[in-house]
Design a protein around this ligand. Structure first.
Ligand SMILES: [Zn+2]
Length: 167
């Protein structure tokens, strides 16, 4: 994918993730949303073999499911694996409105994703650049690309409005 086109794609998929975050807020969940996009790449030429396709979308369901692992991107990756019928999410990009935590960054490593694009950084738990660099740790057997700050203001505004309304 050429650069300008990549940027455009990133914003449109992040808008989908933001829409998921809004669904979470409406259900009383902290508004975080995620989308997994699959785009098969030819290993030799690095050329795209098909149009990028959304294989999963999810939002935070920690309260609803009473499950500490029910983070948006965690649920989205599990759904993507079911959809692709494989545990390996090679050639997948995970879009998430807030920087992933250690658990989700760990699952991205385990799933061998290609790339993660996130919105707002998380000063208290961020594991892809803020507190940890799980995607770039040379000791691990898989590394992946990270793009941060895509529609970060929209993501932050959603989170702030949610916490303000709860006070
Ligand atoms: Zn997480």
């Amino acid at each position: 994918m050429v650069h300008a086109q990549q940027h455009e794609h990133d914003e449109s998929f992040m808008r989908m993730a933001l829409a998921e975050a809004q669904v979470a807020a409406a259900a009383g969940e902290v508004p975080i949303g995620a989308v997994v996009v699959h785009e098969p790449i030819d290993r030799g030429t690095r050329r795209s073999l098909a149009e990028p396709r959304v294989v999963a979308r999810a939002h935070n369901l920690r309260e609803t499911l009473r499950n500490p692992a029910a983070h948006a991107e965690h649920l989205a990756m599990e759904a993507a694996a079911r959809e692709l019928d494989a545990w390996r999410l090679t050639d997948c990009t995970v879009y998430v409105t807030l920087e992933p935590c250690i658990m989700c960054a760990g699952l991205m490593h385990q799933a061998r994703i290609s790339r993660c694009v996130y919105g707002a950084p998380d000063q208290k738990a961020g594991a892809l650049g803020t507190l940890y660099q799980v995607h770039a740790d040379e000791r691990l057997n898989h590394r992946f690309e990270v793009t941060s700050g895509v529609l970060a203001d929209e993501s932050t505004a959603l989170l702030q409005a949610f916490f303000r309304s709860r006070r």
